[in-house]
Design a protein around this ligand. Sequence first.
Ligand code: ADP
Ligand code: MG
Length: 234
Amino acid sequence: MSDEGEAVVAAVAAVADRLETERSHLTDLDSAIGDADHGGNMARGWAAAAEAVAELDDPEPMAVVKTAGKTLLSEVGGASGPLYGGSLVFASPELEDGLTAESSVAFAETYLEKVQDRGDARVGDKTMVDALVPAVHTFKKSVEVDDMEPVAALSKAVAAAQRGVDFTVPIRASKGRASYLGWRSVGHQDPGATSTLYIMEELLDVATAYGEAPEELPDHAESPTIPDGEVTED
Ligand code: ADP
Ligand code: MG
């Protein structure tokens, strides 16, 4: 298994663990403005995805992401299964040549594009898009304009996703089940934006652990990890 493939398999496993931990929290959020299945959907779907990717013979990044997405598509119904699963499958070819800053930005942009194509939600509709749009734009800008390393850029993107999640609380839902509540959706945090944040936090954790180029680090003298809440440049 390549280091990159190993990192992506580890990321899927980390996401599965986290979403199992957050199962009841996500269910509580979805019971307030939906049908109380988001925690179960995410925990069940990502657990199945982790099992499926662990069984791949040649787990290169594209194959791992495509397998995870297909598994989510088959395991999870409702709004979130096709949005998460279909978008992962659709964006996976961006990783065909491996994980680089450029391919990661392309993957993030294509993933977002598919979520918006499929769900037709814009920022302010109180969906996962409210976390994704600022995260993807921040990631792209950090890499392409600010010339940051991918892990540092991802850390900025996670902070942007967190602000996006906070932004969903005071607004009214215009897409998905929560929109049926109209103004009564105000004051509640969106479940899908929240699971998007958790997934990104796990990606950051795994990316940090794997570092930028571990083979170039002498005797672990230099740690590839970034301390919590700190980025290398701003
Ligand atoms: P369902 O709404 O079918 O029960 P889930 O509870 O698993 O599915 O997921 C709900 C989440 O899906 C919402 O919190 C929201 O973030 C996201 N969502 C719903 N509709 C859309 C949409 N049209 N575009 C983007 N995200 C959406
Ligand atoms: Mg639901």
